[in-house]
Design a protein around this ligand. Sequence first.
Ligand SMILES: [Zn+2]
Length: 549
Amino acid sequence: MVRKVSFLCIVALWAGGSVSAGTAQPLRNVILIGWDGAQREHVEQCLARKELPSLQRLIDQGRYVKIDVEGTTDTKAGWTQILTGYYPEVTGVYSNSRFQPVPAGLSIFERLESNFGKDQFVTVAVIGKKQHCGEINPPRKIRLDEEQKDATATKAKKKNKAPADATATAKQGPKKQAKQATTAQPGAGATPQGTIVEENGVKYRVIPGSPYYGMHNALEIWEFGLMADAKVGARSLELLEQYQDKPFFFFVHFAEVDHAGHQHGENSKEYNDALISNDLWTGKIMAKLQELGLADKTHIYVTADHGFNEDGKNHSFAPYVFLATNNRAVSRDGRRQDVAPTIYEAFGVTAASFQPPLDGLSLTRPDHRPAPKLGPAKKAGQAARTAEATRRPDVVFVPTPQAVVDKMLELAKVTKDDVVYDLGCGDGRIVVTAAKKYGCRAYGFDIDPKRVRESLENVETNGVSHLVTIQQQDIFALDLSPASVVTLYLLPSLNVKLIPQLDKLKPGSRIVSHAFDMKGVAPEAVVNVDGDGYGRTVYFWTTPLKKEP
Ligand SMILES: [Zn+2]
């Protein structure tokens, strides 16, 4: 019965919505809910296990789309881009360590306040994080010699006194209060940043203001550092009650997923539990809107600033996130900067006149932009290499049937003097078989840490660890010259991409590929094998590769 009623409600709501689709009927309220650090794949796995019923309900009412991140996959870059719709070139916020206050007027909060009028519209931010999202530090210029004195003093003080758990009210006024639930002690534990300048022989450290230093003034409520989802959630429910009579934009930011990821890793139970906690409080917000009679007047957008490195404890290259919403006009996958334009459009705010023009594009509009450049801009050296080593696998892991493995090694005429390289080793079955059957040395490479773990287990179980080495590696960055046999089960395009590396193999080396050929290099043999009831093909080459004219 209950189900029937809610179904009818949804039909009624969206029948109304679809009539005016295209004319962009202005909506009364929007709630943007941040699941900081929620990795797309993990969220999708939770959805599949039915662990996120609230998110599922939202998706059932509307849409789920993939969001790919252009730019640094961290919190400052992320929420700034989401809350403005601009690239860092406009906001000056590139990353957690390279930032400045966002220039006045560019945030969703300021745009909506100025569009609807300060007294007619309510903007609220309730933020879980203490740093990177929420903090509103002014620009600072500290004498280096005094900074050092302070640091010594703080150390001494810390020894004698437990840290205060004071509530600091940073700003007061009839319409405004900015609050940090617990004081983050600047300096203590925080990495010194900024630039050192010298004036008249005195050295100063110049630290830019926080991204939100200016924009937070536009809001009725700006609270941050609440940490726990329960605090963020409960406070949001309170404020919804308080401001239910006026049109509003709420930014509700949950921090527990990101914190759990840093502490316990993306594959941990804690990370998973934190997603469930985000979902629980998202559900309570949805229920509160229902209770206040605002559910059909409010768009909810759930999204993340960045994902998490697969099985990692950081998000150095984590450009895969998502957006779930009850806005059925959302029609495509997009990018972080597309969220703000989508919200403007939902409110009926003409963003076309904004200066500078938004970098994002409403998720309701077709996208003709070139493919996004994912993740942090590649710099020479470390940053690029880290990103490379942790990027997504190019192919989904599909194991090669054992009969095909045997055939591949047989075709390659493997002997105990060979060195076998398996590129994209999956569960390690090729290298394990090569070592067991022929007693040769074998190396398995995979970019996916899960596969590396499985391979290592397989090597261990089969007692061939003295012969087999497994490494987490990007195969396209690999020197293949030590190998005499290379085995592949990738994709046609990837085989072709490997040609320059295969050209460096010693003459007389053998290459076998399961299922895929190598455009431009004719195979010397093509063999059909029955593998798990399906006809499989194995291609065979020797070096030097004979390129087709
Ligand atoms: Zn983080």
